[in-house]
Ligand binder design. Structure first.
Ligand code: DQA
Length: 147
């Protein structure tokens, strides 16, 4: 099993960016934690972080040949990128959406996720643990017969 982990815009600044909201853990720390977890389940991970919508879309397309599942934090694109939503929908690779913060408990504009209807599910509000929980949920889904 191979999973593509996509970190969207501004997540390269994790650890420094609004730590009261997003915590002090860096993206490298999160990727390390995910790699350890993946090893326990004999799952391979590929990572990308991009601040560019088109690049994220291109990677979702190439995942057709290279990934069984996608773990994605689309950052602010969550709230308005119909193009990322359409890409996820087009490739029909099982995907899980994660957010560090609870997007439903913040500004009004963050409450809507245009991506949510095309993913298996969303995990939001558990800080860095959202990623680990999302990865476990995705692995469990992929292990289910018939997926
Ligand atoms: C985020 C929430 C988004 O609203 C925000 O634009 C981000 C990060 C999160 O992980 O909590 O960039 O996706």
């Amino acid at each position: 099993v191979r999973i593509l982990v996509i970190h969207g815009p501004n997540l390269n600044l994790l650890g420094k960016r609004e730590p009261e909201i997003y915590g002090t853990t860096t993206l490298a720390d999160i990727n390390r934690q995910l790699s350890e977890l993946a090893k326990q389940y004999s799952v391979e991970l590929d990572f990308i972080q991009s601040n560019h919508e088109g690049e994220i879309i291109d990677r979702i397309h190439t995942a057709r040949e290279s990934a069984d599942g996608i773990l994605i934090n689309p950052g602010a694109y969550t709230h308005y990128s119909i193009a990322i939503r359409d890409a996820l929908s087009a490739v029909s690779i099982p995907a899980v959406e994660v957010h560090l913060s609870n997007i439903h408990a913040r500004e009004e504009f963050r409450k809507q996720s245009v991506v949510a209807p095309v993913v298996i599910g969303q995990i939001s509000g558990f800080g860095e643990h959202s990623y680990a929980l999302g990865l476990l949920a995705l692995i469990e889904h992929l292990k289910r017969p018939g997926t």
